[in-house]
Design a protein around this ligand. Structure first.
Ligand SMILES: Cc1ncc(COP(=O)(O)O)c(C=O)c1O
Length: 464
């Protein structure tokens, strides 16, 4: 605390304070806020948010792929308050509380196949950590102790804790923290727009090629050393990469052949983002573990869940075996109460149906942007889309680092926001703009997105 800070903060003092003086924002170039104002959001209602100056924005990213049911839901605030009054906290370390029991039962019921055991955490990375640790101990318990390694896909993001970061495939996020946990390997992702030339005109063949790289990696590292393959139903980083038909089927087959667990990381793709409760269900593959978080509570309270199959749980349920793993706030009573109330809204308002009924209209509305010279590719599924920006549509030439800095960071990102659209300009892979609106949205919001994107991307092209 600085010496001149008084306890009673006046409104004037609050307004003149630089938010970056003490708040270290995540994934943020802090130096840029030494002179620029920090966008500060204070209120939300439905699909819209307002900043501290009263300006309104369309929340076309659901916060961070989180706020499925939209902002300002009194009923979720009530559920949290009621639970906090009744039992604000109790751990699920050898004890239980009714909301954790009820939510676990509900998730087990919704999850595909024999995914019946729910291990709660407080977020996505913790669910990913949980999945890797479950996989390692599972193989020790069944007499295959050398199976510890994991395979994931290039550019895929799986979180920032050391284990999850080791699985993450974004080199720039990893380098500052090396050495990370050994035993994690990348295979190609399913970016068909950037497919190797030999597969560029046949999506199915490309999918088979990409899936077979998983087998190649398992054989290269040795099947006796491989514990799990992590895939997202639609890969977020890189700009919403769906998998070609047949891809997941082949990956599942490979996992079965070499006794490797298939982990479906659905931190974004579960809870309606693709119009189904779980993303794997939309594409018809059966994971051994699903990792989830974000939309489970629509963000009204933090919660994550790894959902594990009966087969994988089986050796953990015997004798003196303990999974020595947990989080104080995992399965927090308030979060579980909110999760249940959130899923009630899903059901009552048929939000999955809303996404399925509107997903084609969403795609078609975004595809109008193909008439812009800067728009190279529009891809995704459900309410989860990426728009890849290119320098030349014919050659698919992408922007170099300096151009990306000038156009994407220096213009597109800020201009979208200034024009009332909160979404994401991302260059972890090739430059993309991502949109993932709350599941309550329809044509009016799609049109609003298209109009702002059209204006800003046309302006961006003038600056290329
Ligand atoms: C697929 C995936 N896995 C894991 C994570 C990490 O989640 P969290 O930020 O809640 O730790 C994310 C976050 O966006 C994600 O998209």
């Amino acid at each position: 605390m600085t010496q001149d800070t008084t306890i009673a903060d006046t409104t004037e003092a609050a307004q003149s304070r630089n938010p970056a003086d003490h708040l270290w924002m995540h994934f943020t170039r802090m130096s840029s806020y030494a002179t620029n104002p920090v966008p500060t959001i204070e209120r939300g209602e439905g699909a819209y948010i307002w900043d501290t100056n009263g300006k309104k924005y369309l929340d076309a990213l659901s916060g961070l792929f989180v706020v499925q049911v939209g902002h300002g839901r009194e009923e979720l605030a009530q559920a949290a308050a009621e639970q906090a009054r009744k039992l604000a906290f109790f751990p699920i370390w050898s004890y239980a509380h009714p909301k954790a029991i009820e939510l676990a039962e509900r998730l087990a019921h919704e999850a595909p196949g024999d995914l019946n055991k729910v291990f709660f955490s407080t977020g996505g990375a913790e669910s990913v950590e949980t999945a890797w640790k479950v996989a390692k101990q599972y193989f020790k318990l069944i007499g295959k102790p050398s199976k510890t390694k994991v395979i994931s896909r290039a550019i895929a993001y799986h979180g920032t804790t050391h284990g999850a970061l080791s699985i993450t495939g974004v080199p720039g996020f990893k380098h500052p923290f090396e050495p990370l946990i050994p035993g994690s390997y990348r295979v190609p992702n399913t970016n068909f727009y950037r497919a190797p030339e030999a597969y560029a005109d046949d999506e199915k063949r490309f999918g088979l090629w990409a899936a077979n790289r998983v087998e190649e990696a398992i054989l290269f590292e040795g099947p006796d050393s491989e514990a799990a393959v992590f895939v997202e139903p639609v890969q977020n980083a890189g700009g919403c990469l769906p998998a070609p038909p047949g891809y997941f089927e082949r990956v599942r087959e490979i996992c079965d052949t070499y006794d490797v667990l298939l982990v479906s990381d659905e931190v974004i793709c579960a809870y309606g983002r693709l119009g189904t409760m779980f993303g794997s269900a939309k594409y018809g593959y059966q994971p051994d573990i699903i990792t989830s978080a974000k939309g489970l509570t629509s963000g009204y309270s933090p919660l994550g869940a790894a959902i594990i199959s009966d087969r994988v749980f089986e050796p953990f349920g015997k004798g003196s075996t303990v999974f020595q793993h947990g989080y104080t706030f995992g399965g927090h009573p308030v979060s579980c109460a909110v999760g249940l109330a959130n899923l009630d809204i899903f059901e009552r308002e048929d939000l999955l149906g809303n996404v399925l009924r509107n997903e084609n209209a969403f795609r078609q509305t975004l595809e109008k942007l193909y008439d812009l010279p800067i728009v190279g590719n529009i891809r995704g599924d459900g309410y989860f889309y990426g728009i890849e920006l290119v320098k030349d549509k014919n050659t698919k030439a992408t922007f170099d680092a300096a151009e990306s800095e000038r156009i994407l960071r220096g213009y597109v990102s800020g201009a979208l926001f200034e024009n009332g659209l909160y979404c994401r300009a991302d260059d972890r892979g090739d430059p993309v703009v991502q949109v993932a609106p709350p599941l309550i949205c329809g044509q009016a919001e799609f049109d609003e997105m298209e109009q702002v994107l059209r204006y800003v991307l046309s302006e961006a092209w003038r600056r290329v």
